[in-house]
Design a protein around this ligand. Sequence first.
Ligand SMILES: [Zn+2]
Length: 130
Amino acid sequence: MTCPLCISRNENIIYKDSFLRVILVDEIPGYIRIITQRHIKELSDLNDEEAIKITLIIKKIEKVMIEVLNPDKINIASLGNIVPHLHFHLIPRYKNDPWWPEATFCEKKREFNYPTSNLEELKQRIKDIF
Ligand SMILES: [Zn+2]
């Protein structure tokens, strides 16, 4: 079976190197996913240097998301039960978004017009981190 995360197909890539790639996920405007490039299941599978690096990247991207998107909260999730690519979901949350206050993996409760005019700025500000 080919691994769906080894090949980046139809992804809106913001940044990519040999360690990780950062993508803008279409499902929710402003939703960012950070995906390790090699097969790693858990955060503790990274060496210390890599763990510090990815943690700082998450922190910096979260900060940019807060500044550009002005959300009420950022949700960070690491699930990856199916594919062995450690990855992190960074999801901007708003108090009237379709799932609030539940996780975005739950059933939608309402419709919500996400701000979308700032997505190019978000991408540029994330590129500037690297
Ligand atoms: Zn893979």
